[in-house]
Design a protein around this ligand. Structure first.
Ligand code: SAH
Ligand code: SF4
Length: 372
């Protein structure tokens, strides 16, 4: 049986070094230097061909090419919306697909919204991803590959420290990142490495629905910025919208947020709040939200609900959202209303669902329709 060659593109430095030594491409004595060279080619220059590694001896390059690959995953589809949002459907294996979305002109230049799992087990009632059956964790390499694919497309190799279009990464695509913390943490190590992709940890935000026991470990292991999907201020309602609340209710969540390592005015928590018409959008809800987060260095991100086919909610009216935002601003918090972007290509928050799942779902609907 022949084993598939190891893909070096998404290994951590330690794994890359071990792979080079194991394959006898580097002696233990040379490991550090060889790893640094290969790392620079892979993560600073973004090369996908060993032949391009011009400061590595020809014989060594040939030895590398014999044992390893530098492969990108398959891009099944690329869509660009009228407002410049780009969405890639990336296939890691048959049926294992995720969506990755580039949103230009946010933060300092642009944010890449990455997925951490294929699908999600959590079934939040307003989220399209949560309706997807198949779920598995992505590996660190698969998380990093989403950034590499985006950079290939945007033409952003080698890494430049100025004028980047892709300056920030947000874990707000498919999946619950804190159910996959080991791989998310390894991906952050790779993405933030200064001799590579060099996206600072302060520009990487991890969004969670509230996996309370993993909050502190996230801060300690990654130093990432934290975003929390709040969406309701009462347990009774949050239980319905974000079912993980039944396991970790609001009081426990708030205590874990207050204890998040490194919180300060320069490192605020983002509270995400999806605006659902007639459900959580009353002025009393805004006041309750302000009370709940009192004393926490925070930003509040109001997200107009993004509809998807068959969704059981509607988006709040613009005036309702504005009134809600005004209450929050009066309490002294920044409260940007997130502009819906990429709606024409179903690339907005919570609309991501893999194509194979959509096809399976529509085949099921057709089968049900023809049976009845
Ligand atoms: N699982 C993580 C991260 C991915 S979801 C989490 O839940 O935080 C990223 C954000 O999009 C979350 O705040 C989520 O609640 C929100 N979201 C999900 N579906 C949405 C929809 N249809 N419209 C608007 N926001 C949505
Ligand atoms: Fe999963 Fe987040 Fe969607 Fe909830 S909102 S189902 S946690 S991806």
């Amino acid at each position: 049986m022949s084993l598939a060659p190891i893909n070096l593109s998404g290994l951590t430095r330690a794994q890359l070094s071990a792979a080079l030594v194991d394959a006898e491409v580097a002696s233990p004595r040379e490991a550090r230097m060889r790893t640094a060279q290969a790392w620079g080619w892979i993560h600073h220059h973004g090369v996908t061909d060993f032949a391009a590694m011009s400061n590595i001896a020809k014989g060594t390059r040939a030895a590398l090419a014999e044992r390893f690959v530098l492969a990108r995953p398959e891009i099944v589809e690329r869509q660009e919306s009228r407002d410049g949002v780009i969405k890639w459907l990336i296939r890691f294996a048959p049926g294992n697909e995720v969506e990755t979305v580039f949103i230009p002109d946010v933060a300092h230049s642009g944010a890449l919204c990455v997925s951490s799992q294929v699908g999600c087990t959590l079934n939040c009632s307003f989220c399209h991803t949560g309706t997807q059956g198949l779920v598995r964790n992505l590996t660190a390499a698969e998380i990093v590959a989403q950034v590499q694919v985006a950079r290939d497309d945007l033409g952003e190799w080698p890494t430049s420290l100025e004028n980047r279009r892709l300056s920030n990464v947000v874990f707000m695509g498919m999946g619950e990142p804190l159910y996959n913390l080991d791989n998310v943490a390894a991906a952050l190590d790779i993405l933030s490495d200064n001799e590579g992709i060099a996206i600072s940890r302060r520009r990487i935000t991890v969004s969670t629905s509230g996996v309370v026991p993993e909050l502190s470990p996230l801060g300690e292991r990654t130093g990432a910025m934290l975003a929390v999907s709040m969406h309701a201020t009462r347990d009774e309602l949050r239980d319905q919208l974000v079912p993980i609340n039944r396991r970790y209710p609001i009081a426990e969540l708030m205590a874990a947020i207050r204890a998040y390592p490194g919180l300060s005015n320069a490192k605020r928590v983002t509270f995400e709040y999806v605006m659902l018409k007639g459900v959580n959008d009353a002025p009393a809800d805004a006041k309750a939200l302000v009370k709940l987060i009192a004393g926490i260095p925070a930003k509040i991100n109001l997200i107009p609900f993004n509809p998807w086919p068959g969704a059981p909610f509607q988006c709040s009216d613009p005036e309702t959202i504005e009134a809600f935002a005004a209450i929050i601003r009066r309490a002294g918090y920044a409260s940007p209303v997130r502009k819906p972007r990429g709606r024409d290509i179903l690339a907005a928050c919570g609309q991501l669902k893999s194509e194979s799942e959509k096809l399976r779902a529509s085949a099921r609907r057709r089968a049900t329709a023809s049976a009845s």
